[in-house]
Unconditional design. Structure first.
Length: 313
């Protein structure tokens, strides 16, 4: 499907060197901030107090957040749980306070605005569980990366496979770098967003690489740079439709999803835009610099004498 057709070919690869230098600088900066600053892990990873409260009517989530903020908490989570009347509250570990003391203070603040609010349960989530979540999350990310590497290695010639893997890892590191630099909360939802971006970027890379391979088969005696430029130009309409519609949905979550979906949508937004950038400039450029050529895509046709020798063997 094409939203519009571009006449001629856009010379994307003309500025590939400059754009990839910028990309390398972003990548190095992201790695630097990840190593030096680390991540602001959410309560799911660090542990804390989990409370479940119930209201007689739809729970006023903003009022609940305001009441908890008044107690001096800045890093907490409030979301609906099961029904619109049930609320799940996650509080960080507080020095010198047990879960019972924290829950009593929260319930006192909530009852000041609604006396009918009821405490259903209180649980303490220790740091050990948080460490297990971190390890499981990293394993999930590792398995996804390995799966992508295997898929690209089977689907494409090795030069394309390396280019695709580097382009997709580039997106992940850039997202993590943003979260490390700005100190945004890194939660399980954000990890899910990173994994979603990986799959999303792979899809974009595969579309462009497939078109490059197809153009190599159609266009004879055409320079490699022109083949790559024409392939990217031909997929621009599809890219705009796909990424534009996805970004509209993500932007809706970012604006109206509230604190629960805010950083998830933020991770997706960064991933969508850098996914386009890496697929067009990083992946295609690396494949070009690795020396991709028409002979890599098409097996040479054997001459009659070669066929005869093969038959005799």
């Amino acid at each position: 499907m094409e939203l519009f057709r571009i006449k001629g070919t856009i010379p994307f690869m003309r500025h590939s060197l400059v754009l990839n230098i910028i990309s390398v600088l972003f990548f190095v900066a992201a790695v630097f901030f990840i190593v030096t600053r680390g991540f602001h892990l959410s309560i799911e990873f660090t542990g804390g107090t989990v409370m479940e409260v119930s209201y007689t009517q739809a729970a006023p989530l903003e009022q609940v957040r305001s009441s908890i903020s008044g107690l001096g908490y800045s890093d907490f989570q409030v979301q609906n749980f099961g029904t619109s009347r049930d609320v799940l509250i996650r509080l960080p570990l507080a020095a010198g306070q047990s879960s019972s003391i924290q829950s009593e203070a929260v319930m006192k603040a909530l009852k000041a605005t609604d006396p009918n609010v009821e405490l259903r349960r209180v649980e303490f989530v220790g740091p050990q569980i948080g460490r297990e979540l971190v390890e499981n999350g990293l394993l999930a990310l590792l398995f996804v990366v390995i799966g992508i590497v295997i898929y690209l290695a089977i689907r494409f010639e090795w030069k394309f496979a390396i280019a695709g893997v580097l382009a997709n890892l580039h997106d992940v590191v850039i997202i993590l770098g943003f979260f490390a630099f700005f100190g945004w909360e890194f939660s399980l939802a954000v990890l899910a967003g990173v994994l979603a971006v990986l799959g999303y970027s792979v899809n974009e890379s595969v579309v462009i690489m497939d078109r490059i391979r197809e153009n190599f088969r159609k266009e004879r005696d055409v320079p490699v740079v022109e083949v790559i430029d024409s392939a990217i130009t031909q997929t621009i309409s599809r890219t705009i439709i796909t990424h534009g519609s996805t970004q509209m949905m993500v932007l809706t979550m970012l604006i109206f999803g509230g604190p629960t979906l805010h950083y998830f949508a933020l991770a997706l937004t960064i991933g969508i835009w850098f996914g386009i950038y890496s697929s067009v400039f990083v992946g295609a450029s690396i494949a070009m610099w690795l020396g991709i050529k028409r002979e890599d895509m098409i097996k040479p046709i054997k001459k009659p004498d070669e066929l005869e020798e093969t038959y005799q063997e």
